[in-house]
Design a protein around this ligand. Structure first.
Ligand SMILES: [Fe+2]
Length: 267
């Protein structure tokens, strides 16, 4: 399982706060900078460690995975927007709007005002067989992640433009049933008036798949490293009969060390 160090978690948090400060300078209208920083200060302790999903085979189901994912999506959204622009797409929204929607599209995953959305999965069976590292907190009222994001932004009186609302509302694309009427309409007047939602959905989708790939590769590497250690342990325990008496003490210590390294406890 992927694990971030305390330094990486802190570094990601600092990046997120700096991104907000850079995107919304001090004189930004509606005091958005102050209101955003107030909200982030409120959630700091929980948001820094929140995962981006509960199941390890989804994406970023590790401590600090939420902030890492949000930074990833924002970075990709800016890159993807440039590609659309380069290919003559109409870009009728600002970078600030794109970044605002990207950093808040999953805000509901942090939970409500004082309770986490994801809590550690206590059931060993679910952890082992279902890869559920975290599970949903049953104490929270049901809301979609997007609805909760909009509720939280409203609670902190953070205004948003129509482009920002449409962008963060539709980031999940057609994976979210409720988005269907926005994306598919037979009435030309009701079609999306901007490409912001398509770009954000592509960024979120790309980030999610890459995060899955990174987890998968890390998992394979972890398994290979473990297998290598098991082979070393087996080798260390196999000694020619004639060498046995002389080597026994040394061997016993060596095997204990390897066992400890492999399983994290004394044999
Ligand atoms: Fe996401």
């Amino acid at each position: 399982m992927k694990q971030l160090t305390a330094e990486q978690i802190q570094e990601n948090w600092n990046k997120l706060i700096q991104l907000i400060k850079d995107t919304f300078p001090e004189d930004y209208p509606d005091n958005r900078r102050e209101k955003l920083l107030k909200m982030y200060h409120h959630f700091e302790d929980r948001m820094t460690v929140a995962p981006a999903s509960g199941k390890e085979h989804y994406h970023n189901a590790h401590v600090g995975g939420y902030v890492e994912h949000v930074l990833h999506v924002t970075d990709l959204a800016v890159q993807i927007k440039e590609m659309w622009e380069l290919n003559k797409a109409t870009i009728n929204f600002t970078d600030e709007e794109l970044i605002f929607a990207a950093i808040h599209h999953d805000l509901g995953k942090v939970g409500d005002l004082d309770k986490d959305y994801y809590v550690p999965q206590d059931s060993e069976w679910h952890r082992k067989n279902r890869g559920e590292i975290f599970t949903h907190n049953g104490e929270l009222s049901y809301m979609t992640v997007t609805d909760r994001a909009i509720f939280l932004l409203g609670h902190f009186q953070i205004p948003m433009s129509e482009n920002e609302y449409i962008g963060l509302r539709l980031t999940d694309g057609l994976y979210e049933e409720a988005n269907k009427n926005y994306y598919i309409s037979w009435n030309p007047d009701w079609g999306l008036k901007s490409n912001i939602a398509y770009i954000l959905h592509q960024a979120d989708s790309m980030a999610t798949h890459i995060e899955y790939d990174m987890w998968k590769r890390g998992d394979v590497e972890e398994q290979e490293a473990k297998q290598e250690k098991v082979e070393s342990l087996k080798k260390a325990l196999t000694v020619d009969d004639e060498k046995k008496p002389a080597a026994s003490d040394e061997l016993s210590q060596k095997s204990k060390d390897l066992f400890e390294e492999l399983f994290g406890e004394k044999s």
